[in-house]
Write a protein that binds this ligand. Structure first.
Ligand code: RIB
Length: 292
């Protein structure tokens, strides 16, 4: 049986501008191309999970605009269950994104409907499905909502994975609900309020109950254990666009944990999928299924 995995989080319409030169204050520059696509950290992670063959469910909130209907269709096309998607009046989330010639991005998220998820309804919906393997979350929805949902998950012995992106300080009560915390380097510094070095990684890991994995971009990932750090290399690839690579990692890791793989196997698969994603433009459009 496939694992049932819920993602609670954001859906955005990504608006990409690809440009060799990024504008400085007050400057106008020409870019090379413009594209739109489906994004949002929650959505990206759910799509990755759906592509890999777990039973993916998304709890997100869409507005009443054209973006919302297109987003629903996109979820269905990627085998993500949309029975529990919430709707409110107003705009759906959008994210203007600049990508430079090195494939690095700068993102502004306008959350819109993402801020209005009804957590009570979300919990009732999760209960309706039952037998959930994993719940995954990020910081693009209000932490109050995450707090209620992850508290419920912990009380019900559901494995929890949290990706603190965009970086936000997490209080100790919330951290107690998390089985796997997956920040990138910058997010680790924000969450832990320390600089990224081995001593601080091991120290912070000792302060939290769950496991800690820090993604290191082209250098792979670090799995922090009680007294040592295990590093996992990433393959050398030609980077086109790094947008959504972290989400590909988290979605793949969640799928692998749902499939009862070891954390080490889950990290290796997550690095493989996220490395592949940076070789293509866009977020979800750069993801590949298990057979590719
Ligand atoms: O992690 C990449 C995502 O961040 C984009 O899809 C964008 O929507 C923002 O949420």
């Amino acid at each position: 049986m496939n694992p049932k995995i819920f993602v609670v989080g954001s859906s955005n319409i990504d608006q990409f501008s690809y440009a060799s030169n990024m504008p400085k204050d007050g400057e106008t520059v020409f870019g090379e191309s413009y594209e739109t696509g489906f994004g949002g950290k929650g959505a990206n992670q759910a799509v990755m999970i759906g592509l890999l063959g777990s039973d993916a469910y998304i709890i997100t909130c869409l507005g009443d605009d054209l973006f919302a209907d297109a987003t629903l269709e996109n979820y269905k096309n990627h085998l993500v269950n949309v029975d529990f998607v919430q709707r409110v009046s107003g705009s759906s989330g959008v994210a203007p994104i600049w990508v430079d010639s090195k494939g690095e991005n700068r993102i502004i998220v306008i959350p819109g409907a993402n801020s209005k998820i009804d957590s009570e309804k979300a919990i009732l919906d999760i209960q309706k499905v039952g037998d959930i393997s994993v719940i995954v979350g990020q910081c693009e929805i209000p932490m109050k909502i995450n707090n209620e949902i992850f508290k419920f998950a912990k009380e019900n012995n559901i494995t929890t994975i949290f990706n603190p992106a965009p970086g936000k300080y997490l209080n100790s009560e919330f951290l107690n609900y998390i089985d796997w915390l997956i920040p990138n380097e910058t997010e680790f510094e924000i969450v832990s309020k320390t600089n990224l070095n081995e001593e601080n990684l091991i120290k912070f890991n000792g302060q939290i109950k769950g496991g800690l994995i820090v993604t290191l971009g082209e250098r792979g990932a670090a799995y922090v254990k009680s007294d040592k750090i295990e590093y996992f290399d990433a393959p050398k690839v030609k980077v086109v666009d790094t947008t959504g690579a972290g989400d590909a990692f988290v979605g793949t890791f969640a799928h692998a944990i749902g499939m009862l793989k070891s954390p080490e196997e889950a990290i290796r698969l997550a690095i493989e999928k996220s490395s592949l994603s940076v070789t293509k433009k866009g977020t979800q459009s750069s993801y590949s299924s298990s057979s590719e």
